[in-house]
Ligand binder design. Structure first.
Ligand code: FES
Ligand code: FES
Length: 161
């Protein structure tokens, strides 16, 4: 199939196998090194990307489902003001994910903040979501603290309080 989508703010059009997963496509065909993970089965949680602002595990996403969608890896996301909120929030709470995990942690964090803003999700709700992914460096509590702080920065930026 001819895949047409946006990847990291750039229009992409390429002939692809529609059943290939997005993770394999990004890593083997496009050589995107910023997408981590190797389990290929939705377990490690490290191959996260944003598809239309929603966090998705790229290894679980077939290419036919990203037709006409907007995909952001950490490379594209890091040039946005939304990224800066997360960076400041993690910094303020001294939460420093390691290189294996950081891209996914930041993109998942952004997706949760978007959701939290629209659905008034409290810190407990955020914690329940973040606890789903295995991580050996930071606890769900630490990560949640970083996200709650990032949410404050974002709300302030939007002038919500
Ligand atoms: S590669 Fe491990 S969850 Fe996708
Ligand atoms: S931050 Fe290192 S494994 Fe998650």
């Amino acid at each position: 199939m001819l895949l047409t989508c946006e990847l990291d703010h750039v229009h992409l059009q390429q002939e692809v196998d529609p059943l290939m997963d997005l993770h394999s496509f990004l890593k083997s065909e496009l050589r995107v090194t910023a997408v981590k993970g190797s389990c290929g089965s939705g377990y490690c949680g490290r191959c996260g990307v944003l598809i239309d602002d929603v966090f998705s595990l790229a290894c679980m996403v077939p290419l036919f489902s990203v037709q006409q969608r907007r995909i952001l890896t950490i490379v594209g996301f890091s040039s946005t003001p939304d990224y800066v909120d997360l960076e400041k929030g993690f910094h303020a709470e001294k939460v420093f994910p390691c290189g294996h995990c950081a891209p996914s942690r930041i993109l998942l964090g952004h997706s949760l903040l978007v959701y939290a803003e629209h659905h008034q999700m409290d810190p407990r709700g955020i914690r329940e979501h973040v606890a789903q992914f295995p991580c050996t460096c930071i606890t769900p509590e630490e990560y949640t603290r970083g996200l709650v702080k990032a949410l404050r920065f974002r709300q302030r930026r939007y002038g919500h309080y």
